[in-house]
Design a protein around this ligand. Structure first.
Ligand SMILES: CC(C)(COP(=O)(O)OP(=O)(O)OC[C@H]1O[C@@H](n2cnc3c(N)ncnc32)[C@H](O)[C@@H]1OP(=O)(O)O)[C@@H](O)C(=O)NCCC(=O)NCCS
Length: 131
């Protein structure tokens, strides 16, 4: 059994739950890394929009790690939380968990730290609102 399967910490609700489709499979029979990056970006964007109360853009992706493959029929849960709050930027930690075997197995498949910047109407950096 994969080491990532056991001892997953208890989390709050996922920001997104999605199921990859047959067109998302690469030549190895696993799900494309680009597909999972896209869903992580969407989940991070949702949290960044909530924190900043407005438009945001992804400015950087750090510490991206593909830990285990995603398989067809996995149910993908994307967890995202604010890790760092800057003047206009937000560091958002994103973790992806695959549920398989009809809910019997959970595997942490991907993790990354994304930086989003709050934008004003001219698409320039905008200070985050007061907490
Ligand atoms: C987002 C954007 C407006 C920022 O412009 P910029 O001139 O770099 O702005 P600044 O230098 O004032 O930086 C703004 C904030 O982003 C942070 N930042 C900028 N580049 C960064 C990088 N590569 N990594 C981490 N943080 C970064 C800065 O530290 C600053 O944070 P702070 O205000 O919390 O201290 C510009 O880079 C942009 O439009 N990028 C394209 C975004 C995009 O199209 N994303 C993909 C689709 S959503």
């Amino acid at each position: 059994m994969n080491d990532n399967v056991r001892n997953l910490p208890k989390r709050s609700d996922p920001v997104l739950r999605v199921i990859p489709g047959p067109s998302d499979i690469n030549a190895n029979g696993h799900i494309f890394g680009g597909w999972v990056l896209g869903v992580m970006d969407q989940a991070g964007g949702i949290v960044a929009g909530r924190v900043s109360q407005g438009a945001c853009a992804t400015v950087a992706i750090e510490k991206m790690e593909f830990i285990a493959p995603i398989l067809l029929r996995d149910i993908i849960s994307v967890y995202a939380s604010l890790e760092r709050r800057g003047r206009t930027s937000m560091g958002i930690r994103i973790e992806v968990i695959a549920t398989r075997e009809r809910g019997q197995q959970e595997v942490k498949v991907t993790e990354g730290l994304f930086t989003f910047v709050a934008l004003d109407e001219q698409h320039k950096p905008r200070p985050l609102p007061e907490r």
